[in-house]
Design a protein around this ligand. Structure first.
Ligand code: ATP
Length: 140
């Protein structure tokens, strides 16, 4: 089985989408092997999103991701990385509503920044990201 990292971002948690998203996850055949609610600080977000540090939206991203608690989850199933990416839909929730109306971002995201959920974009990122949040999950 494969693992991926999912985050319900501050807007998702504040908008009370957690139960609905958890239901979608379990109905899609994932098991949730770890989860924790955490208030991220600036340094943690900067380090998690280091690959985006030169982007124009980086400061806004840091502000957004520290604006309230997030729910971090490790999801497990065959093909977990690609399947979860498919379920969350495109980065910009406005596009998601047009092209992927049944996606999670279409349901609870607002725009290209406030898009409600995160998913690792590759098996390599998934290994890095799961061990970033859960030290006992060393990458395999
Ligand atoms: P994530 O990595 O969170 O799953 P993603 O892979 O779909 O999202 P990335 O391009 O990796 O998107 O961007 C990371 C995050 O930065 C996005 O989820 C979003 O919150 C924010 N972001 C991306 N593009 C923009 C933008 N143009 N303006 C504002 N925020 C953005």
């Amino acid at each position: 089985k494969e693992r991926t990292l999912a985050i319900i971002k501050p807007d998702g948690l504040a908008g009370n989408y957690t139960d609905k998203i958890r239901e979608i996850i379990l109905d899609s055949g994932f098991s949730i092997s770890k989860e924790m609610v955490v208030q991220l600080d600036e340094d943690t977000v900067k380090s998690f999103y280091a690959e985006h540090s030169s982007r124009s939206f980086f400061q806004n991203l840091v502000k957004y991701m520290t604006s309230g608690p997030v729910l971090v989850m490790v999801l497990e199933k065959e093909n977990a990385v690609a399947d979860w990416r498919g379920m969350i839909g495109p980065t910009d929730a406005r596009n998601a509503r047009v092209t992927h109306p049944h996606s999670i971002r279409a349901m609870c995201g607002l725009d290209s920044e406030r898009n409600c959920v995160h998913g690792s974009d590759s098996p390599d990122s998934a290994g890095r990201e799961t061990s970033f949040f859960f030290e006992d999950l060393s990458s395999v």
